[in-house]
Design a binder for this molecule. Structure first.
Ligand code: URA
Length: 246
């Protein structure tokens, strides 16, 4: 076991003793945790067949490569958000990156530029990633649960998430990240299929279809609640340890 793996095992053990049980049983080494995450994924619910239908409402669009998926997203009219958007915000960063970050939905600046996380929250996200030696340009791929801006930056509605989900599902399959980071409760709930508040979901390593998943606060929430920064820092350390342990 490497030094980093030892630290991950110790860290998870400490969290368990503090009464925050993760999805992994106590006493496992980091390598065993990752093996368990992968094994659970193969015995979990089966993946959808390789081709997911996306695109115009009701019509099937086969997206069997990244560019086809992107094109389908850019032309998507599956939900009401298509009516008010300026652009579809598909992704930013490096599609070959090891880490995929999933946020909530574009805001006004993202809608205007077509890029995720370019406003104030985006600047904080960049700093959070930089604190664990990750950069948007090289080592991260960033997207959102919703690809279009909800009017007035309201919360995504369940039917909008349902309409957009096939895009995200396929995006994850095609990008095939080694590790996922969900920022905010909408991404965390969708990826973990849990309903809990972010504060209850964080501090654990999940598995999304065999991909280790860490969840943390949305940077916009951290701007409103700076007292949560310490917890977000813990989450980023956990992310770093998961990435270093692979
Ligand atoms: N918040 C998000 O969740 N995503 C963005 O792209 C911008 C702000």
């Amino acid at each position: 076991m490497t030094g980093v793996s030892t630290r991950l095992a110790t860290y998870l053990d400490q969290r368990r003793r503090l009464g925050e049980p993760g999805i992994v049983p106590a006493g496992l080494e980091a390598g065993e945790i990752l093996r368990l995450v992968r094994a659970r994924a193969t015995s979990g619910p089966s993946k959808p067949a390789g081709i997911v239908s996306v695109g115009a409402r009701g019509a099937g669009v086969v997206s069997d490569d990244y560019e086809a998926l992107r094109a389908a997203a850019m032309a998507c009219t599956r939900c009401r958000l298509a009516d008010g958007r300026k652009t579809v915000v598909f992704a930013d960063g490096n599609p070959a990156a090891r880490l995929m970050v999933v946020g909530e939905a574009p805001g006004a600046r993202e809608d205007a530029t077509g890029l995720p996380f370019v406003g104030q929250a985006g600047r904080l996200l960049d700093l959070m990633l930089a604190s664990v030696a990750l950069s948007r340009r090289d080592s991260v791929y960033i997207c959102n649960v919703l690809k279009c801006r909800p009017p007035g930056n309201r919360n995504p509605q369940p039917d909008e998430i349902e309409s957009c989900a096939p895009l995200l599902k396929r995006q994850i399959e095609l990008v095939a990240p080694e590790v996922l980071l969900a920022v905010g409760s909408f991404a965390a709930q969708w990826l973990t299929t849990s309903r809990g508040a972010l504060g209850k979901l964080r501090g654990k390593v999940y598995s999304y279809q065999g991909v280790p998943l860490v969840v943390t606060y949305h940077p916009a929430a951290l701007l409103r609640n700076p007292g949560w920064s310490r917890l977000a820092w813990d989450d980023l350390q956990l992310l770093r340890q998961v990435m270093d342990g692979r």
